[in-house]
Every structure is written in C-alpha cells, then in structure tokens.
Write a protein that binds this ligand. Sequence first.
Ligand code: PMP
Ligand code: GLN
Length: 391
Amino acid sequence: LAERLQGFGTTVFAEMSALAVATGSINLGQGFPDTPGPPEVLDVARAAIGTMADQYPPGPGTPELRAAVAAHVERFRGLTYDPDTEVLVTAGATEALSAAMLALVEPGDEVVVFEPVYDSYAAAVAMAGGVLRPVPLTPPPADTEDAVWTFDPADLRAAVGRRAKLLLLNTPHNPTGKVFGRAELDLVAEVVLGAGLLLVADEVYEHLVFDGARHVSPATLPGLRDRTLVVGSGGKTFSTTGWKVGWTCGPAPLVAAVRTAKQFLTYVNAGPFQPAVAAGLALPDAYFTGIARDLQRRRDVLVAGLRAAGLPTISPEATYFATVDVRGVQPDGDGLAFCRALPERAGVVAVPAGVFWTAGHAHLGRHLVRFAFCKRDEVLDEAVGRLSRMS
Ligand code: PMP
Ligand code: GLN
C-alpha cells in the first residue's frame, strides 16, 4: 500500500456490515435504508435497462439529469447553474469529493474540515497529497432536548494557515446530525473569503432535516457562490444508496477541473440510473418534505428506545444517525470494543464514532457510538428491545 494511504485499511462500514452478516445481527451501523425508493424513480430505472441507457452516458452526465440537478438546486436553494457548464454527474457524492480534491489540491495544501469528519474525506485529501486541518465540534450533553454540537470560532480561524487551500464542509453533518446554522455559516464565509479559500459543500443529507431546523446551502451566502462546489447525491434522497448517482454544481472553471479528474477515475457511471434520478429530482415538494417527516418519526422511535434502554443519546437535527455515550455500559469507555462485542451482547451492530476523528484526536470521540435509524419500525423496535436486554 502506498505511503499516502497508510492507515486507511478497511473502512469501518465494511467491517461492521460484515460483522452484522456473520453474526445475523440487526445492522444499525452503515447508513442505508431497508425500504425501496419511490416507485416513480424505480420504474424509470427498470424501463431504462435494456435500452441504450445501458451504454456509456455522456461524460458530464445525461443532459436530462444535468437539467434536473440544476432545476432542483434552483427550486430548493435559489441557486442557478448552467446545466451544460456548471453541473457534473459523478459516481456518488464520494467521487465528486475525491475528484474535487484531486483536481484542486496540490501536495502540501491544507484542507480545513470540521471534526468528527466523514471517513472518505481524510482518504480523499490524502490521495491528493493534501493535509487535513480539523476544527473540533464539541458534543452537547446526551439526553438533553434541543442540544447541538458547537465549535469555537477561534478554532476555525486558527485552522486556516498559510497553506490552506479549501474548506470542506458537510451540512447536514455525518456523523453528528448537526445542521450548520446561519450564524455559523456567516463565520465560515468570513474565513473562506478572508483567506481566499475554495469551499466544497457536501449536502447529501439536504432533505433529511427535522423539527424546526433549516438547511442553508453555504453557496447562498454572499460571495460564496463563485468559489463553492455544491455536492449532492440521489442515494439518501431516493433510498438508492447502491446506485451511486451524485453530482456537483459550481462555477464553470471549478466544475471543469473536477470533470478532468472524474474522466480518469470512472469516466462515466450509472447509465440507467441517471434518468431515474432525474425523474426523482423533479418530484413535487411533498415528496421531499414527506421523507423528512417519516425519518423524523423513526429518529424519535430510536432515540426514545435507546434512552429507555439506559443509553444516553444525542438526538440529531438531521441525517440518519443518533449518537450514544457508551461509558455507562462499557467500563473502559471504548466505543470500538463496545461495537465489536455488541453482536454478542445484543445482536445489534453500530459504528464506533471514534473513527470519524483524525489520528491525534481519536480520544475525543472514543466513548461515542453511532446508530442508524433509516430502518423499518419493526426493525428499530426489535433492535431497541434487544439493547434493553443487553448482557
Ligand atoms: N458524504 C457524506 C457526509 C455521507 O454520509 C455519504 C454517504 N453516506 C457520502 C458523502 C457518500 O455519498 P454517495 O453514496 O452518494 O457516494
Ligand atoms: N455514508 C454511509 C454512512 O455513513 C455509508 C457509506 C459507506 O459505506 N461508505 O454510514
């Protein structure tokens, strides 16, 4: 394994999903839904298979999907992009992020991220030869209503050094479920503009936001549109995480740069799924508000069940994930050891949140474990029942 990938090994999602299969446990680890996406979307994919949609689509993505991506971001965020020059279809958000790092980061350049950080970011930055500069997010006390993760503005400012090239921001945020508020994004904007950085905004959970929280697309802040790549995905929004249809929108020179990298990573992807996601993006507003309402209900089921089982839980404002403090049920407070033993103790699989902190900071999240609630009610009920009887 090349030096730049040392330490990345196997992702924790792969390890924990394999453990769930091997032990027959309920998998609340890797974030994927266990129900099909909307029929309007699935039917288009079925009809496309066996047609020319099975062959290479155009390099930047089909014109229909690029137009649908542009119309969707305009409808929900008020941002306008030219589908021909400012939209690129990618193999999931994952490829958009990796291709953006390869296209924009020089070896030794620094990339500012909020920590905990989604696992592919560190690898994507490392593959480009960049260096991560993490800004810590501090968890709120568990079991407290309306408590959210916060950061110190001084830490954000301090993370931006002379070699800083871009800020990679995920909102709504995995694994914390935090939605960055307007005042926080104003600070991000001040720092990005002040230091002349680029911004990459990963918004794959944009529609999975609960209660009164509101997702603000960072590119809508004054001055940011022209230096921001918005990254999205059909995986979460249409419950089709295996299709890997993602995209990025931004000013033409940035999108052209990402396209150059994407050409030699995968060239194109997901032929028959591109028209299907295009149909999904055109669904009425009620679809998008409906998925948030439905998921919020399931969040409530899982969070209430975890708390009733004696597990202190941070309830998220968005995403698929709730965070549990395991110190009361795992004497050494080690979330990884807890997750490795959980199939045996309860027949459930979760993900140790410590893996989302960078090497020197793993102690900050060592006692935290992430549980996914994007599952059917009966699965959640069975899982919390098992956890309440945990040995
Ligand atoms: N970003 C975040 C924050 C994610 O949680 C995920 C996947 N769950 C991705 C990117 C990757 O999305 P995709 O499956 O579209 O590659
Ligand atoms: N993003 C999903 C999660 O956080 C999983 C994606 C993956 O397996 N890489 O659980």
